[in-house]
Design a protein around this ligand. Sequence first.
Ligand SMILES: Cc1ncc(COP(=O)(O)O)c(C=O)c1O
Length: 374
Amino acid sequence: MQLRDFALERFFAQHEFTAPHLLCTSDCESVSVADLLAHEEGAVERFMDLRLNYTEAPGGIELRQEIAGLYASAGTDNILVSAGAEEAIFLCMNAMLSPGDEVIVPCPAYQSLHEVARGAGARVVPWMMHDDDGWRPDIEALKESITPKTKAIVLNTPHNPTGSLMTREEFVAVRDIAEDADIHVFSDEVYRGLEYDPKDRLPPMADLYEKGISVGVMSKAFGLAGLRIGWTATEDTDLLRKMAALKDYTTICASAPSEFLAALALRHRDAVVARNLGIIRSNLALLDRFFADHADVLAWVPPRAGAIAFPRVLAGEGAEAFCLDAIRKAGVLLLPSTKYDGYDDHHVRIGFARADMPVSLARFGEYLAARPTS
Ligand SMILES: Cc1ncc(COP(=O)(O)O)c(C=O)c1O
């Protein structure tokens, strides 16, 4: 299997641990092990007694029960635990796709969502998204992209990198298109739970469609990326079986301490997510003012969910040159849209779920104020 470099990861490898002000991170502020254990009486003692054996290959039963509780229709047999959402994407694309298949993937998208599909031999058909229509999905364009070779539609809502969120009508319309064509919907729902208005929260695709595949993770809404725990939920148990067979060659099973901590966080998910949404809300208030003050350089479509947005760079030099200059002169790290394969050079990703975002934003503001005007 030939995979091209993950452009975003290579960019982060170069700058993440040297740039002092990270302003494009996609996850929420994490917590210490002690803070997480403090949610439950007796958890410290139970954690210290944990045996460090191999865990159950599909995921420990206690963890799968907690995950199944996030879905209306899933039981523990409908869940496969993985090393992050990344492994879920890898296993699912390889289990679901064969050479000659076509798969429709939003563009821009988190690179694995199209690169692993391509690596599995499928032809990737991009489903373009644009800021001039508020990042709304073009349902007609989706219909026109379906061919007899289409095997799956990929969704990612709330969306990385735009922070857009499908309406329920749009989400159901995609399900209906997939049902008519009898194909899978692979729904990356890693930002589910971070809707700014809880009324906007969509049901998981796995609850809406027997060929719906919902992928979740502890990294984003829960702010626990270091656990490396993700999962797939689907009623398609044949597909899960194929994924589980591949997993025997990737990670076999998850880490025991991570399973313990993930199950605990899921039992206290309302409190864990509320804290993260609190950080996001207070940072968004700063960003509203920031984009109003810098409307000559940056234009954004305000996000509706998640931890990131994708403003347009109005300056003439292009997003990549803009970002490199901001790193060099101010130590502020933004992610240029050139790192989203197949997209443009006019946008930057900004992340706002970290507690130190106000400091990084102030530094970015100073940098913009010192920029020569054109
Ligand atoms: C849309 C999307 N899917 C999947 C992943 C992978 O998540 P993880 O790194 O927790 O495995 C990410 C990570 O940034 C993401 O943004």
